[in-house]
Write a protein that binds this ligand. Structure first.
Ligand SMILES: Nc1ncnc2c1ncn2[C@@H]1O[C@H](COP(=O)(O)OP(=O)(O)OP(=O)(O)O)[C@@H](O)[C@H]1O
Length: 254
């Protein structure tokens, strides 16, 4: 199996809190991979280390066989990132943002212009292309962020919660673009809490819980005879706190 992403013993702590506890993540090339886990499982921390945004305390990360922290330049030209809490250049218009990103990546201006026009069209952002990014809605921000991440044609695309706050129409657009991207042999890794979506899109799944990988492999192997949601609850242990306490809740009288 050729791997797009491989970590060995990847480790990160924040003070006393171990966020990522020595994980061996495997992402096959050309896969549509879902990184799932409950709140605080370590997904964002893992993606931040893999994409070179956060220095690990230990372990190794390779993308297309290149060591992320030893060879950051060749890795960064191969990856696209849509991070959580997406920070964009707010005072640029959507189109300017793409042109600027493309030039930062060293793509000739006429080629950047061509790619930007196509991406704006596919993302249904043509009418908003001259509007400042600060005035974009959440879904529009995700779409322009994805366009910026795709502009240099990366071989691996990392998306942290790409569908959060995105309406079904925009989610469909994002899905179509990502499907086309993986169909051409490129790799997508995205984190999500939405099991239905992961089940619909992904062919490979890594399940994290409390800083560890508790299951990893082809979607069909991880879920077995169950839905992915049932498998997820089995794997991370449904935390049955709902029946205790809160006796006051719902007893309000008019
Ligand atoms: N900068 C930080 N400083 C201190 N602790 C942090 C920091 N970033 C993350 N953590 C802790 O590390 C753990 C993993 O957090 P992380 O954000 O990676 O989880 P996650 O799986 O992405 O969660 P969510 O699904 O809620 O976004 C949590 O316990 C979190 O509180």
């Amino acid at each position: 199996m050729t791997e797009a992403v491989r970590t060995r013993g990847l480790f990160k702590r924040f003070g006393q809190q171990v966020a990522v506890s020595g994980i061996d993540l495997v992402v096959p090339r050309g896969s549509f991979t879902g990184l799932v886990g409950p709140n605080g499982a370590g997904k964002t921390t893992t993606l931040s280390m893999i994409t070179g945004l956060l220095r690990p305390d230990g372990g190794l990360i390779e993308i297309d066989g290149h060591n992320v922290w030893a060879d950051p330049v060749s890795v960064k030209s191969r990856i696209g990132v849509l991070p959580e809490g997406l920070r964009l250049f707010e005072r640029l218009s959507g189109r300017e943002l793409l042109l600027y990103n493309g030039q930062l990546r060293g793509i000739p201006l006429d080629e950047v212009g061509r790619r930007a026009d196509e991406l704006l069209r596919v993302m249904d952002l043509v009418d908003a292309q001259d509007k400042l990014v600060v005035d974009y809605s959440t879904g529009m921000r995700k779409k322009i962020g994805l366009a910026a991440a795709l502009l240099h044609n990366p071989s691996v695309l990392f998306l942290d919660e790409p569908f959060e706050g995105v309406d079904p129409v925009s989610a469909n657009t994002l899905t179509e673009v990502l499907r086309r991207f993986t169909a051409s042999g490129s790799t997508v890794v995205f984190s999500s809490h939405v099991m239905d979506l992961v089940e619909r899109l992904c062919d490979w799944v890594s399940v994290m819980d409390r800083g560890r990988i508790v299951a990893q492999g082809p979607l069909d192997d991880v879920r077995g005879e169950r839905t992915l949601n049932e498998a997820f609850l089995d794997l991370v242990g449904a935390r049955g706190n709902g029946d205790e306490g809160l006796s006051w809740l719902g007893s309000a009288t008019a």
